[in-house]
Design a protein around this ligand. Structure first.
Ligand code: NAD
Length: 437
């Protein structure tokens, strides 16, 4: 049993805190957002993540996890302090480190001998050294502490499973003893542990996210070419994925990547490269291909409508979150798409199983429906933006009958183009050759 404090109770922090508690440690989860702490103390979850409430309830009952907004309380007995605050995109794509700096200063005020501070947030290369400097500056008496990088690789929607069964743990430090202690803390996860220096660990996270984003842009570029040449990208991707050197994951064509990580992390890595005088051509192309996807989806709806004119047309968005099983709306493609449609005078309606409350804050002009069937009523076209499982088995006859005219743009390729045509839909998928476009 170790004493742990997790600073920042967002998507990553809450999972980190809950999972370490479940592994038998004593965890204090700390956030400056008092409302979030109050909610957690009342047993309600600040985010939607499958299995989270059960995990938290179990560990609260067992007295292994508590919530606070006080650094004095959170750090009182802590040997390990994880920083899991946000690192959003700042000016020119540079990561905004204001929250990391504030957390480091507050930690410095309550630091104790031998404390290990672990950066779990995705932070630019060199941030670990910078955090050490901030702590020393804020509290010149702080002598015996270490900073370790341990980036997080979980995915929203499957975060608990990803945390508990990671592909690898990366531990970076210039202090071998601290690195060893952090590695030991992760031993129950039975994953390969890569121990390296601070800067290399920080880079592993950015390089991994940039590679995955590049894979998505790659298959989207192939999808465009498939559309031109009459090939089916779904079969292309299937045929490619069996090759062990390529692998099947992240080869799903669609309306592009979004969310709180890939867009900002690719941008931040490109910024780091530019700052060193290097022109990151591949990263820039990855972003360029991705940025076109949202407008391209709107263009495809125009093709389905047989008109460049969207004014007065009613478009229904099936799915709003940037991916299934989360309510996270940060940089969701659906937001850009809805705004593009609204800007051209369309009436936009939407349905999402979980994310409508979050989405309504960003899209006040979009009418939210109670079900996919209610959404379909009076629509001139539907767009699938998120591949929620519940959309895969809809009663498509009912959907067709409810619509003003049955047109569907499938931005996630969840339907079979041949079947959709048999059902009487004007249908377009992404890169689906003769059948789907
Ligand atoms: P988030 O915005 O959901 O949560 C950040 C939390 O930190 C908020 O609750 C905020 O109130 C709190 N906070 C801000 N300043 C604070 C301070 N000074 N002291 C205490 N708490 C403070 O962020 P997130 O999505 O959990 O991401 C956190 C980090 O993890 C980012 O660097 C992100 O890139 C990285 N990451 C995110 C994911 C993901 O899927 N969301 C996956 C891997 C890595």
């Amino acid at each position: 049993m170790k004493n742990i404090c997790v600073v920042g109770v967002g998507y990553v922090g809450i999972i980190t805190a809950a999972c370490f508690a479940d592994l038998g440690n004593k965890v204090v989860a700390l956030d400056i957002d008092q409302q979030k702490i109050n909610e957690l103390n009342k047993g309600s979850m600040p985010i939607y993540e499958p299995g989270l409430k059960e995990l938290i309830d179990r560990n609260v009952k067992a007295n292994r996890i508590s919530f606070t907004s006080s650094y004095a309380e959170g750090l009182k007995d802590a040997e390990f302090v994880f920083i899991a605050v946000g690192t959003p995109s700042g000016v020119d794509g540079e990561a905004d480190l204001q929250y990391v700096a504030a957390a480091a200063r507050s930690i410095a005020d309550h630091i104790s001998d031998g404390m290990i501070i672990i950066n779990k947030s995705t932070v630019p290369v060199g941030t670990g050294d910078w955090v050490s400097d901030i702590i020393r500056e804020q509290n010149p008496k702080a002598a015996n502490f270490s900073v370790v990088s341990c980036p997080e690789f979980l995915r929203e929607g499957s975060a608990i499973g990803d945390f508990m069964e990671p592909h690898r743990i990366v531990v970076g430090s210039l202090d071998p003893e601290a690195a060893e202690k952090v590695a030991q803390l992760h031993l129950p996860l039975r994953a390969p542990i890569v121990v390296t220096d601070l800067r290399t660990a920080e880079m592993i996270k950015y390089a991994s996210n940039a590679f995955l984003a590049t894979k998505i842009s790659f298959i989207n570029e192939i999808a465009n070419i498939c559309e031109d040449l009459g090939a089916d990208v779904m079969e292309v991707s299937n045929g490619m994925g069996f090759d062990a050197r390529i692998g099947p994951s992240f080869l799903n064509p669609g309306i592009g990547y979004g969310g709180s990580c890939f867009p900002k992390d690719v941008k931040a890595l490109a910024y780091m490269a530019e700052k060193e005088g290097r022109h990151p051509r591949l990263l820039n192309s990855t972003m360029e291909v991705n940025n076109e996807r949202r407008q391209m989806a709107v263009n495809q709806v125009k093709v389905l409508l047989g008109s460049e004119e969207l004014a007065g047309k009613t478009i229904g968005l099936l799915g709003l979150s940037f991916k299934p099983n989360t309510d996270d709306m940060r940089d969701a493609p659906s937001v850009t798409i809805a705004n593009l449609l609204l800007a051209e005078g369309a009436i936009v309606k939407a349905y999402d199983p979980i994310a409508m409350e979050e989405a309504a804050k960003l899209l006040p002009s979009v009418e939210m429906a109670e079900s996919p069937y209610q959404l379909a009523e009076g629509c001139d076209a539907l767009m699938v933006n998120t591949e929620w499982n519940e959309f895969r088995q809809l009663d498509l006859n009912r959907i067709r009958e409810a619509m003003n005219s049955p047109r569907l743009y499938d931005g996630r390729n969840i339907y079979d183009p041949t079947l959709m045509k048999e059902l009487g839909f004007a249908y377009r998928g992404v890169g689906r050759g003769y059948n789907g476009s």
